[in-house]
Ligand binder design. Structure first.
Ligand code: SF4
Length: 726
């Protein structure tokens, strides 16, 4: 801890102890040692003393021992020339401050000193029961204790609104030259009270103990810790109460002393003043202890980040209803105002993580035409680029967060989102458009939901939505290698190298019986979730849609069937799918939702299979284009002979292994073939199928079954010589 900070905290603590001693001596004289002493409506007498010293103080005279302990705790002030490890002394000064302040304020109640109108004073156990539970279970993300007035009323209102927006409870204490932040908010007609989450506690610094001992009671009440279990109580407040202090202006000694107390409890302090020295080492607090942030705009984001507050944005502030109930809603062509992607235009979405100082939380920008500038029924290119930052954010979470866009966007009534990555297709209904839904609201949804569901990992979210052709193309060019790198992470892993697979039931909002079983060698059929994503997603949300499946006893190695996997799929497919094979197209294949990148379909006359990808809209040898096939394969059904897959599954050694694997691949659109050519050639060579790529038909050589058989015979495709598929 900085020598300047510690010296100030010690001076402040000493002054508080002296004040408490004087008040105590005067009260002993006037009331006597047997005078009852208590705060109103609490079961914990003087809570800080109860928790830290284990004393049940009910009589004035008992405070003598508390003050003696305070004296022991207050260390000598460091001299200019003596360099010591300061942290322990600084924290002792903080503890002495909290104990001494509790003595002083308890004596105030003994004397029935009135609480100034508009201020709260001691915070009762009733309030603790009402709000404390929200604090510890995360519904209320945290609380802010603000010392002093802001430099201007505008800054005061701005900071307060930013905290309110995040549902953070605010306590106001102390004044500077008589002016408190409460006065500033009164002047700006800001409504205060428990209902608005703004609670003026007291006009002086002593009243800060009411906030600290309120927080301490959470450890006693909800943490179940007993009096005197000081280490457990402090650990609890650090881990469970996401509180922080904000100071405005130069910090006087008493504030440093109170701040040291807050730090003991794990609550960092953020100062707006350039003269404040920072205390950056973490340990006592989760991250830094004392941080300077001189930009008023950045004060609240800094607090969120320094305390690691899990922010909740309660409402998705868009002009249409928002609820998971709309997730399965479709926007039909005749109800549509505008669409993006699919076969009508280019559309891409991407989420990436950046450093905390690179983005501003809540910044949403729209580039290009908005949807009110195009004719009803039209199509626009669309690029959605979301940047997130957070101290606990990891690169391998990016794909997981991005895959939630589908579910989150669909929560908006009249906005339909399907697909993923560079293959999204979205529609806005006429009704949503008429209600005022515009492109910026995509950003509003993603900002709110990222904070809501991943607030523990994400501190800041910024979103850019573009419809400019060049901007969309640039994002596409950027996204392709990013996604390839995500896919490549799992390369080299085999199913045999793990005993646990992961489920994904994210798409059950559209296909209630669908379960993806993700193995190292078979990614989710949307192509956006591989085994490592499933593992990381489970780590983030252990009760979420990605659950580990310890595969258990192998029933059939050839088809990839295990007893535990069967049980899991049965249970999670609403008891509709009894058996599941990971490596077979014909025997109990995986169900298909609607998000698949490609469909694998049997071509009986060619003794093989074709693969058709979503982007290909032309004819196929089985007489159905992708859209018709998708209609009959999707919806969560198990359809032997047809299965939705992620395109990278074609490169897997487990690709329809039960039916003979890659050698069965007889037709695929040229675009897909070229996109995968190098990697498919390598895989074919591994199987001893050199030259296979040139033997696989495409739309340039065959669009009917007969044409395909003729071609395959001519090039001597290996499938023609294989055993009959059935
Ligand atoms: S397609 Fe499968 S892996 Fe992808 S999001 Fe849906 S359920 Fe999850």
């Amino acid at each position: 801890m900085s020598r300047i900070v510690m010296a100030a905290a010690i001076r402040g603590a000493r002054a508080f102890v002296e004040e408490a001693e004087a008040k105590f001596a005067e009260a002993m004289e006037s009331k006597g040692g047997d005078a009852p002493i208590a705060f109103p409506d609490t079961a914990f007498q003087l809570p800080m003393i109860h928790a830290l010293m284990g004393l049940e103080v009910t009589r004035l005279g008992q405070l003598k021992a508390v003050l003696a302990h305070c004296r022991e705790l207050v260390p000598a002030e460091p001299t200019e020339h003596l360099w010591l490890p300061y942290l322990g002394d600084g924290l002792d000064a903080g503890v002495a401050t909290m104990l001494a302040l509790e003595v002083t304020c308890a004596i105030r109640y003994l004397h029935n000193e009135p609480i100034e109108e508009g201020f709260n004073g001691f915070i009762t156990d009733t309030i603790l029961r009402e709000l404390g539970i929200q604090l510890v279970d995360g519904r209320m993300p945290g609380f802010a204790a603000i010392l002093g007035p802001a430099p201007t009323e505008e800054i005061a209102v701005h900071v307060i609104r930013e905290l309110q927006k995040r549902s953070i409870l605010i306590f106001l204490m102390d004044n500077r030259d008589g002016l408190s932040m409460k006065d500033q908010l009164d002047a700006q007609k800001v409504e205060m009270g428990w209902e608005t989450y703004i609670v003026p506690v007291g006009r002086d610094i002593q009243s800060s103990i009411y906030v600290l001992n309120w927080a301490m009671r959470s450890a006693l009440t909800f943490g179940g810790h007993r009096r005197g279990e000081w280490a457990k109580c402090l650990k609890y407040t650090k881990a469970r109460i996401f509180a922080f202090g904000i100071t405005f202006g130069p910090i006087p000694d008493p504030w440093y002393a109170v701040g040291a107390g807050a730090i003991v409890m794990g609550f960092p302090v953020i100062s707006d003043h350039p003269s404040t020295p920072e205390v950056r080492p973490s340990g006592v607090t989760t991250f830094e202890s004392l941080v300077r942030q001189t930009d008023p705009e950045q004060i609240v984001p800094t607090c969120i980040s320094v305390r690691g507050v899990r922010v909740k944005v309660e409402e998705v502030d868009i002009p249409v209803s928002y609820s998971p109930a709309f997730e399965g809603e479709r926007v039909r062509k005749e109800d549509m105002h505008v669409q993006f992607g699919g076969k009508y235009s280019k559309a891409v979405e991407l989420l990436e993580s950046v450093e905390l100082d690179e983005i501003t939380d809540g910044q949403i920008t729209v580039e290009g035409k908005d949807i009110d500038t195009i004719e009803e029924g039209g199509a626009l290119d669309l690029g959605i680029h979301v940047l997130v930052a957070g101290r606990k954010m990891r690169k391998d979470f990016e794909g997981i967060f991005e895959r939630q866009f589908h579910r989150w966007c669909n929560g908006a009534m009249g906005f339909m989102h399907t697909g993923q990555r560079e293959l999204i297709w979205c529609r806005v209904s006429k009704q949503a458009y008429a209600s005022g839904f515009r492109l910026e609201h995509i950003g509003t949804i993603l900002h709110a939901k990222l904070h809501d569901e991943f607030g523990g990992l994400v501190d800041k979210v910024a979103c850019r939505v573009t419809t400019e052709a060049a901007g969309v193309q640039a994002l596409l060019d950027h996204a392709v290698p990013v996604n390839k790198a995500r896919d490549d992470r799992v390369a080299g892993m085999t199913d045999e190298s793990v005993d646990t697979f992961y489920s994904c039931t994210l798409c059950q909002s559209f296909a209630p019986n669908h379960v993806c079983v993700i193995t190292p060698e078979r990614l989710g059929l949307c192509g956006a979730y591989n085994w490592l994503d499933g593992q990381a997603a489970y780590e983030i949300n252990p009760t979420g849609p990605n659950q580990p499946i310890v595969r258990g006893r192998c029933i059939d190695e050839r088809t990839g069937e295990w007893d535990n996997v069967n049980q899991f799929v049965y249970k999670h497919s609403n008891r509709t799918i009894e058996r599941f094979s990971a490596y077979s197209l014909l025997e109990n294949p995986m169900t298909s939702c609607g998000c698949f990148e490609c469909i694998v379909a049997i071509v009986p006359e060619a003794n093989g299979v074709m693969v058709v990808n979503r982007e290909y809209t032309g004819p196929t040898p089985i007489g159905m284009p992708f859209s018709t096939l998708a209609g009959s394969v999707g919806g969560g059904a198990q359809t032997p002979g047809f299965v939705g897959v992620g395109r990278l599954y074609l490169l897997s050694k487990k690709f329809i292994r039960a039916e003979g694997g890659l050698a069965r691949l007889v037709w695929m659109p040229k675009g897909l073939k070229e996109a995968l050519r190098d990697r498919l050639e390598k895989r074919a060579a591994e199987e001893g199928l050199e030259g296979l790529m040139d033997k696989i038909g495409d739309e340039t050589v065959a669009t009917t079954g007969e044409e395909l058989v003729e071609f395959l015979t001519k090039v001597e495709h290996p499938a023609m010589a294989m055993a009959m598929m059935f």
